[in-house]
Design a protein around this ligand. Structure first.
Ligand code: PEP
Length: 252
């Protein structure tokens, strides 16, 4: 059975003490929950990964990074590598977030190299894909998402692909308060699963968790999550508030 995942992407938010408080509050809030086949993943800024990891040792959540280098080690000032994440027992890394694609010009080939690094060091990529509003308006959304999957993931073997989590994040929904409807999410998730089944096989596709991300909050999470091909959510803004994030986890 594929895993359900509720992941929080904190982006570049929170000073150290606030971050520590938020992580501790979430840890406390999920203490008594029965998280059967469900993983809670917190992705704080990389400078806080060690602190998060220490708290995670005594708690039920996993820790993820927001980005990694496509390189292994070496003279790449400012970068962190998948090898480093593995050495700190960090389980996940977001790769291909639309903000990385937009502000840091990350292209398909670079993202493919990052995915390879992550898998080499047993860090599960949360691979983000999703179309711009103009692509959706022009009816190109399926084509855009398919290309993103093909260009950055489809060089992987079936065994490697089973360790990847896909996050469908329509760019027009990220941080805008304009979430995709449950039907729009289901339609795209089903399309992604079909595309994975065509490239690999139905069994592989059925084992890959596909998350929805984009203005998901405590009010809309349950409906979006009730869709058969939605296996979890990637939450930005609403993951910065412990009560709301815990409410989302409970609603799922
Ligand atoms: C994100 O950035 O991954 C995200 C889903 O953001 P938000 O929930 O704020 O739309």
């Amino acid at each position: 059975m594929r895993k359900k995942i509720i992941a929080g992407n904190w982006k570049m938010n929170k000073a150290f003490a606030d971050a520590e408080e938020l992580i501790s509050d979430i840890a406390e809030g999920i203490e008594d929950l029965e998280l059967k086949n469900t993983e809670v993943v917190l992705c704080p800024p990389s400078i806080y990964l060690e602190m998060a990891s220490d708290i995670a040792e005594e708690s039920e959540f996993k820790v993820g990074a927001q980005n990694i280098s496509d390189k292994e080690w070496g003279a790449y000032t400012g970068e962190i590598s998948a090898a480093m994440l593995q050495s700190m027992e960090i389980s996940y890394c977001i790769i291909g977030h639309s903000e990385r694609r937009k502000y840091f010009q990350e292209d398909h080939a670079l993202l493919a190299a990052k995915v390879d690094q992550a898998l080499t060091y047993e860090v599960a990529p949360i691979f983000c894909c999703g179309e711009l509003l103009q692509d959706r308006d022009a009816g190109r959304h399926f084509e855009i998402v398919k290309t993103q999957l093909q260009e950055s993931l489809f060089h992987l073997t079936k065994e490697e692909m089973r360790n990847v989590v896909v996050a469908y994040e329509p760019v027009w929904a990220i941080g805008t308060g304009m979430n995709a409807t449950a039907q729009q999410a289901q339609e795209m998730h089903a399309f992604i699963r079909k595309t994975l089944a065509e490239k690999y096989d139905a069994d592989t596709a059925s084992q890959i968790s596909i998350l929805y991300g984009g203005s998901c909050n405590a009010k809309n999470a349950k409906e979006i999550f009730s869709q058969p091909d939605v296996d979890g959510v990637l939450i930005g803004g609403a993951s910065l508030n412990a009560d709301e994030f815990i409410q989302i986890i409970k609603s799922i």
